[in-house]
Structure formats: C-alpha cells, structure tokens
Design a protein around this ligand. Structure first.
Ligand code: ADP
Length: 490
C-alpha cells in the first residue's frame, strides 16, 4: 500500500485517482502528524510526501520516520512546488528521502518512479520474510544439533562403560568413535587391532559384509599392544538402519580367550579319552570273537545269546568312541574326505540294508525316486555314515511308528542331488530345528527318553559341508521330521 501525504485535498484526490488507476492500493493523510500515526500503525511500501505543509513539514516527517525501526526503511518520494533550490533537494535526501519530484507533477515520470520504488520495497519485504524463515530454520537446526549431540554423547558414555572394546563406524565404514579399551589393542583410532597371521583380516571381512549390508560375526585373535599376546575375541559389527538405509555401524570385541582355552582343553581331553578308550575296546572285541569261536556254542543256547549281546554292546560302544574321535578330528581340521565318482543309489541301498539287519527287519524303509546310474563325486564311507545316522535317528525318535521313507531326486537346475529321510515320529519344535546340527545339542523334551550324545548330526553336517552340499530339517512336533542333504552333481 502507498501512503500519500498532502495538506491540499485536491492534490490528494488527483494523485490517489492516478495511482488507483494503475491498480495500486492507496491510503492518504492530510497532515504530517496523521502521516506519522498511520506509518507507525500500518505497513506501507512507499510514502509520497508533500514538503510544504503547515505545522510539521515533509522533511520533519521524514526525519521522524527515519528514527523508528518500523518505518526507517520505507522509501519516501518528496513532492514540492516551490523548494526546487538545490539546498532543499539536498535536505530532502538528507532527511531520508529516496527521490524528489517537483510540481507540477508529470504523471508518467511519477508513475515510473512509484513503480520502481514500490517494486524495490516489495522485494525488500519478501527478502526480509525469507531471511526471517531462514533464521528460524537455522535456529531449529541448531537446536536439533544440540539435542543430537547430547544423545550421541550419552550413547558414547554408555559404550565407554561396557566391559568390551566398543566402536562405531560411519556409513562409509570409517571408524568414528572408539572407547578407551580400544587402545589396549590399537594405538590409533583409525586402525583396527592387529589380527593373528592365521586368522581372517577384519577390514576385508567387514567390506564383504558392508557390501551385503549384513552384520559381521567373527572369532579372531587380536594382539594386545602392551603384552604382545594374541587373545581370542568375538567381533560383532551390526548395521544401524534408518528407513532401510544404513546410517552407521556399532561394533564390539568381546574377550573369549578364557572360554576358548577351556574349550580347547575339553577338546584335547575328548581326543585323548577317545583314543585311549579305542585301544582296549579293540582288544575286547578281538578276544570276544576268539572266545566265541573257541567255545563253539550252540546258537540256541543262553550262553550264545549272552555273547551276541556282549558283541552288540561292544559295537554300540565302538560307534560312540568313533563318533567322539570324529568330533576331535573335526576340531583339529583333520576330518578328511576322499571323493570318488560313486553311484549314490548303491550307497543308499547299502545304508538301508545295514539298518534293516541291525534292526532285525523290524522297521520298514521305503526307497522312492531311485536315481539313475549317474556317478557323483563323494566319499562313500562318510556319506553312508550320514545316511545311517539319519536312518538310526528316524527309527530312534519314532517309538510309535516303524515306517521310514527315503526319497532321492536330481535337481537339474541347481545341478545337485537331494536325499530326504522322512519319519513319522516325535518331531522337533520349530525354534530348535537349526540347533540340532550343533555339537552336543539334544532337544530337551526328548533327551531323557532317548539315549545319545548329540554329536551325530554335528558330524553329518561337517561331512556334507566338506562335500559343498547343504543339510537341513523340516519337522512338526508329533507328526514327524524330514532330514535332508544335497550334493553337487559335479
Ligand atoms: P543324538 O541322537 O545322539 O542325541 P544327534 O546329533 O543325532 O544326537 O541328534 C541331535 C538331536 O536332534 C537329538 O538329540 C534329537 O533331540 C534330535 N533329533 C535328531 N533326529 C531326530 C528325528 N528324526 N526326530 C526327532 N528328533 C530328532
């Protein structure tokens, strides 16, 4: 809006009409006092001010307006009929005017000037508004930065109080915080602790997980910089996601060295014990065979029955010890696989035959989907061991049902063969199915009712892993289980 100030009503009227004809909104004042009152109350984009007025002249009005913050920026054009002398014009500018127009007014010139100042002031106001909203935004950001910083500080304080080495990485995977325990194993915040030459490289492993956006979990030995000793640590690096994008990573090194030592001692004990047990057992087995031959017992006699029972028990003991030996071989990386092109169908038939004999044909095993004569690279003895384990379990954990189905089929697309062993026994609860392949794991609900050590499936999974195949189970409690393994065709 434009304010016109003139004590002459005719002038006011004609100028108002002129401006309104050009679509400007106009307000008027017929004295300096009224103009001051209005300027302080309303927002004007321009003031056109007559110099010659009774009481308060235009210069005084302009000087007063320049003293108020609300009005000091409003452009003023002076209108004067008489004071065209240079000194008046100079005063006009000195008192805060932007321009000086003499009467009689040339409407076209005045309109050009009005338009220019009006636009300038409009732009000025718009710029001020933008500046204000920018200032508000900056203030808001500063506040949220302060809150975020205090949250991060709190988080770092928590990481400091952890018993583990803790650190964070930014989205690019660069370390940006480490707690004080880090410096027992690294002398720089940027460098990961030094790992044992035989262990995996942390940076390489992390880069691999970062590409997949997955958490990293690794057991590695890292070097204590003070003692120079390597200690086993469990390294975990977990991505922190915000709306599906990884914002940063949080990592910990947990010292598991004592645990590892105990585990190693236990493995060593197992290895020694099973070796030591194996030797006398082999002698017992041989002497019982000799005894059986020497005694020439009547097959129907009670004594012959006792000898057979002794032999059965020796066989069971032998299996247990062999399994324990296998476990220690796995621990020491010495379970060797001898792959030769073999007819898997024959291996399955042999395993089924062995089971039928040891169970005196009291079980029914159906073999579906006989595979053709293709030869698959496998270790015959070890794969038979897996099958016998699956079949023994299928019978053992099905006290109410003696039916087992073995199915085999070739998956041309995956270039693999799959063998399923299905029973209709007690089944395994969902959340325990993965764990049955762990060392010494037994499902609690059935562990009292059925004897076992919980290592058979652990050995099976290791054998299949070494064949580059997969092993797994699907099962429903009280309905039965299907254990399966796959082997690559080539
Ligand atoms: P073990 O039978 O000597 O305990 P395994 O390693 O062969 O050891 O099996 C581990 C556990 O998995 C068993 O203790 C049992 O709880 C469960 N399990 C294995 N096979 C079956 C099956 N066919 N049905 C139900 N549970 C099974």
């Amino acid at each position: 809006m434009i304010l016109i100030v003139d004590d002459n009503q005719n002038n006011l009227y004609s100028l108002k009409k002129l401006l309104e004809s050009k679509d400007f909104q106009v307000d008027t004042a017929d004295s300096g006092e009224e103009a001051l009152g209005k300027a302080l109350k309303n927002d004007y984009a321009l003031i056109i001010l007559d110099v010659q007025m009774p009481d308060m002249d235009g210069f005084e009005v302009a000087e007063t307006l320049a003293g108020y913050s609300k009005t000091k920026e409003v452009p003023i054009i002076f209108l004067s009929a008489v004071n065209t002398e240079k000194r008046f014009i100079t005063r006009g500018y000195a008192s805060g005017g932007k321009d000086y127009v003499t009467k009689p007014v040339d409407p076209e010139i005045l309109m050009l000037k009005v338009k220019t100042f009006y636009n300038l002031q409009e732009q000025n106001i718009a710029m001020k508004k933008t500046q204000q909203s920018l200032e508000l935004e900056v203030k808001g950001r500063r506040e949220s930065q302060v809150t975020m910083k205090s949250q991060i500080d709190h988080f770092h304080l928590m990481l400091e109080s952890l018993p583990q080495i803790a650190f964070t990485l930014n989205e690019e995977g660069i370390v940006d915080f480490v707690n004080v325990k880090w410096f027992q194993y690294s002398d720089s915040e940027q460098d990961f602790p030094e790992t044992h030459p035989d262990d995996l490289h942390i940076k390489e492993e992390f880069e691999r997980c970062k590409k997949k956006g997955k958490a990293l979990e690794l057991e590695i030995r890292i070097k204590n910089i003070e003692t120079g000793d390597y200690r086993y640590h469990l390294l975990r690096v977990t991505p922190v996601r915000e709306e599906n994008t990884i914002k940063n990573w949080v990592g910990t090194f947990t010292d598991i060295d004592d645990q590892k030592k105990v585990e190693k001692e236990k493995d060593e004990f197992l290895s020694i014990a099973s070796h030591e047990l194996k030797t006398p057992l082999t002698s017992i087995k041989a002497y019982v065979q000799l005894l059986e031959r020497k005694l020439k017992l009547n097959k129907e006699s009670a004594e012959a029955g006792f000898v057979t029972k002794v032999q059965d028990q020796i066989e069971k003991l032998n299996t247990l010890i062999t399994d324990l030996l296998d476990v220690s071989k796995i621990e020491n990386g010495k379970l060797k696989i001898n792959k030769k092109p073999t007819n898997l169908g024959n291996v399955i038939s042999n395993a089924i035959e062995t089971i039928l004999q040891t169970h005196e044909n009291k079980v029914k095993i159906k073999h579906d989907g006989i595979i053709s004569d293709i030869l698959i690279p496998l270790d015959e003895i070890r794969i038979e061991q897996v099958l016998i384990n699956f079949l023994t379990n299928a019978i053992k954990y099905s006290p109410q049902n003696n039916q087992v189905i073995v199915t085999t089929f070739v998956d041309e697309e995956e270039q693999e063969v799959k063998v399923n062993v299905t029973d209709f026994g007690i089944g395994i609860p969902d959340f325990k199915q993965e764990a049955v392949f762990n060392k010494f794991y037994r499902v609690e609900e059935s562990s009292l009712q059925f004897q076992g050590m919980g290592i058979g499936l652990f050995i099976c999974s290791e054998i299949i892993k070494q064949h580059h195949g997969n092993i797994g189970v699907s099962s429903k409690v009280d309905e039965g289980s299907t254990f399966y393994f796959t082997l690559p065709l080539n």
